[in-house]
Design a protein around this ligand. Structure first.
Ligand SMILES: Nc1ncnc2c1ncn2[C@@H]1O[C@H](COP(=O)(O)OP(=O)(O)OP(=O)(O)O)[C@@H](O)[C@H]1O
Length: 528
């Protein structure tokens, strides 16, 4: 049961003697600088789909990592059938009856289903393909799926590949199945089929842990729901209560648990744009019907405009096309359709350099891979998009003096902590690399800028400094698009918030007092 304002203690769930197959007894897992799971108590009962919900970074993968033997807790214990157990490796997890199906298939696409089944099973050292196929057919029939044992895995749909993985886990004796964002890559029909399969598994007494970002799936397929937030369990809704609440009240409760009620006053004191500015100037950056189709989640029909001095946040769960959208805007990815206008001028046919020269900048989240060349000095990295251009190059020759002067100026202005401007940028800390990127992208004739997850992986001080730069950029009149999976960040900085889901903008919300709840709903696939 969930209290209105649950504390971790209140949310600790029933005692381990209650018939759970698996119990996490107040487990804590820390990574440098973050408590990924903070005294989390979690019970998994036979015959139930237990849904794990939470924003990006809430701690879901860490929790299931401890169940599947990929992580071990720093504190707290794990009980299986009420007895202390140590899940020291994925192999040990399988021995204990815990199988995991990940979002991306772990099968070998060039092999047949049967040959995949034969892989890694030590007792099948000389694989008895006929025997395996027969056992497979029996398990598949038990759970109501049809799989051709001789099909090459690469020819199967993602949904079918997951079915193969589920059958394989059951053949190895799993009583617990963990489905980690298993529907993320599936078509709506594939997700529905997986939901129906989960229900059939539970009817056989199997316990399922199901991670999803979609509330409708959680409600349609789940018996019990646990919500994590910033590493803590903030609520558990037991089956009876879930039933009693009904979908609408359950949705409202889950959204409140996942995203919080927020304290805008505190946020404002922490440096939020306290008064949302009404930006009435004509748009500076106009994107119309933009489409990108060269990836798994195609982006289409994105129409968005940003006024000078305005920050438009682009919220959404990771992997919904935000990154591809940003790359398409910056000129790094081919547009399938649409127009991009900057100050009234069409720029969609220009390459990266051409757009940059018109004043369109992009601060990537891939700081070391895409944003900088690690082995190059800081000075050249500060000019990466102006290589060959006057005054830094003349007649094809590099001009050390203006390059150095430019670098010294930016290093000073952006407080990049480096031994010198000739230090390879790869030797700097993440925070300092980000400062250098901001320096490069925000100086010169920049008029509009796209930030992709600008504070991802930074420490608190660098997060604060980066957010300040973003505010300053808008205050200087730049049109800003801020892509972030961190809802607090989006709420803190944006004037308006667009929500992206499955490659579409599913809603645009003014950043007022109702924004948190509305954005939370849109991110969870409610009311889109
Ligand atoms: N191996 C690791 N090293 C350092 N930090 C980690 C590691 N794994 C997770 N974290 C951090 O722990 C926190 C919880 O991450 P986790 O992946 O468990 O969240 P999640 O809810 O699964 O998120 P998502 O929905 O994005 O997958 C995050 O702050 C993350 O950055």
């Amino acid at each position: 049961m969930t209290e209105p304002a649950p504390s971790p203690e209140a949310a600790s769930g029933p005692p381990p003697s209650s018939g759970a197959i698996v119990t996490l007894d107040h487990v804590t897992k820390r990574f440098p600088g973050v408590v990924a799971n903070d005294r989390v108590a979690f019970d998994l009962f036979p015959g139930e789909v237990h849904v794990l919900l939470g924003e990006n970074g809430a701690g879901k993968s860490t929790l299931v990592g401890m169940l599947s033997g990929l992580q071990t807790p720093d504190e707290g214990g794990i009980l299986i059938d009420g007895r202390e157990a140590s899940i020291s490796s994925p192999a040990r997890a399988l021995e204990l009856g815990i199988g995991t199906v990940f979002q991306h298939s772990m099968l070998v696409p060039s092999l047949s289903v049967v040959d995949n089944m034969a892989l890694g099973g030590s007792w099948w050292s000389r694989p008895d393909r006929t025997g395996i196929a027969a056992r497979m057919a029996a398990v598949a029939a038990d759970i109501g799926v049809r799989i051709d044992p001789h099909a090459r895995v690469g020819t199967l749909s993602l949904g079918e590949q997951q079915q193969v993985e589920i059958v394989r886990a059951l053949m190895r004796g799993s009583r617990v199945l963990i489905l980690d964002e298993a529907t993320a890559m599936l078509t709506p029909k594939g997700a529905e089929d997986l939901g129906a399969l989960m229900r059939r598994l539970t009817a056989l007494g199997i316990a399922v842990v199901f991670i999803t970002h979609k509330l409708n799936e959680a409600l349609a397929f789940g018996h019990r729901i646990t919500v994590l937030r910033l590493g803590r369990k903030v609520g558990e809704i037991a089956p009876e209560r879930l039933e009693a609440l009904g979908p609408a009240a359950a949705t409202a409760e889950i959204i409140r648990l996942m995203f919080g009620t927020g304290d805008r006053k505190a946020a404002a004191e922490g440096g939020a744009r306290a008064v949302r500015r009404r930006v009435s100037a004509p748009p500076l950056l106009e994107i119309e019907e933009l489409a990108v189709d060269d990836m798994a989640v195609p982006v289409s029909g994105v129409t968005l405009s940003v006024a000078p001095g305005e920050i438009v946040g682009l919220a959404g769960i990771d992997g919904n096309g935000q990154k591809q959208f940003a790359e398409a805007l910056a000129g790094q990815r081919r547009l399938a359709a649409g127009t991009i206008r900057l100050g009234g001028e069409a720029v969609e046919r220009l390459d990266v350099g051409g757009r940059r020269a018109r004043g369109l900048s992009y601060v990537t989240d891939d700081r070391l891979g895409e944003g900088t060349v690690g082995s190059f000095p800081v000075s050249l990295n500060l000019l990466l998009k102006q290589v060959g251009k006057d005054p830094f190059w003349r007649n094809g020759f590099e001009r050390p003096e203006p390059i150095a002067a430019h670098a010294e100026r930016l290093v000073g202005a952006y407080d990049v902590r480096t031994p010198g401007i000739s230090t390879p940028i790869g030797k700097l800390s993440g925070g300092n690399i980000q400062k250098a990127l901001l320096a490069r992208e925000l100086t010169g004739d920049t008029r509009a800028v796209i930030f992709a997850k600008p504070t991802y992986g930074l420490d608190v001080q660098n997060i604060r400094a980066t957010r300040q730069r973003i505010r300053e950029a808008a205050d200087r009149g730049l049109a800003v698009i801020l892509i972030s999976t961190d809802l607090e960040e989006v709420l803190e900085l944006s004037d308006r918030i667009a929500v992206m889901s499955r490659g579409h903008v599913v809603g645009m919300v003014d950043n007022d007092d109702a924004a948190r709840a509305r954005v939370g709903e849109l991110m969870s696939g409610v009311g889109a």
